[in-house]
Design a protein around this ligand. Structure first.
Ligand code: GDP
Length: 214
């Protein structure tokens, strides 16, 4: 893409995310999903990975996504309308990987997420968030496999990059990128973000816009 086109896309993304963004609804079951009328980009990640903070940073809102980590309260898909007129939807997927979560809750999570992933033609990409301090863990690998099996395009995004020194961040980045290359549905480009400093946030807006248009 030319530099002018890049700049135009970045400006479009900036304006879009500065404009209308509204919570639409929560879907605790598939029957409550909104009509699939616009492209969707979803966010997944282990609980406490910084998903709510990232959604808030992307949208310049403090309280769009609730930064609460109570197990059991997060078994819903939350939909947010973006744009006026409506252009795309952001989907906050329930966090996974609570060590203390009861088995039936985990089962419910898997059913809901799998059904959503498999049946949603408008779902353009899932951003799988990975804590920069920890890299990929088994719950992340599990969701990557679910996404591979559902043939949903996904992209790994490192969060909380401000918490890690550059050398360590580089090592985590390389490890994550190496592993992503082995997954058929994973996008090869890995993004690095910090909701605290704003690093990588503008770039991620552009990625979301591009994914929605794909
Ligand atoms: P969620 O459970 O994935 O929605 O995670 P939250 O967004 O609630 O974040 C979990 C914790 O990590 C909170 O204490 C946040 O303040 C903190 N956090 C989230 N993002 C960042 C970041 O980019 N940098 C730092 N330093 N802390 C962060």
């Amino acid at each position: 893409m030319s530099e002018a086109a890049d700049q135009e896309l970045a400006e479009h993304a900036r304006k879009l995310f500065a404009g209308r963004i509204e919570f639409l609804k929560s879907a605790p079951e598939l029957k409550f999903l909104p009509d699939p009328v616009v492209p969707e980009v979803a966010f997944a990640g282990r609980s406490n990975v910084g998903k709510s903070s990232l959604l808030n940073a992307l949208t310049n809102r403090n309280k769009l996504a609730r930064t609460s980590n109570t197990p059991g309260r997060t078994q819903e898909l939350n939909f947010f309308d973006v744009g006026d007129p409506l252009q795309l939807r952001l989907v906050d997927m329930p966090g996974y990987g609570f060590a203390e979560a009861p088995k039936d809750l985990v089962k419910r999570w898997k059913h809901l997420v799998n059904d959503y992933l498999r049946g949603r033609a408008v779902l353009k990409r899932v951003l799988v968030l990975i804590d920069s301090r920890h890299g990929l863990k088994s719950p992340d690998r599990e969701i990557m496999e679910m996404l591979d099996n559902a043939a949903v395009s996904y992209q790994l995004v490192l969060t909380k990059s401000d918490k890690v020194k550059p050398a360590a961040l580089g090592a985590v980045y390389e490890g994550v990128a190496d592993e992503a290359r082995k997954h058929p549905a994973a996008h090869p480009a890995i993004f690095t973000t910090s909701s605290e400093t704003g690093s990588g946030i503008a770039e991620l807006r552009t990625v979301i816009l591009e994914a929605a248009a794909s």
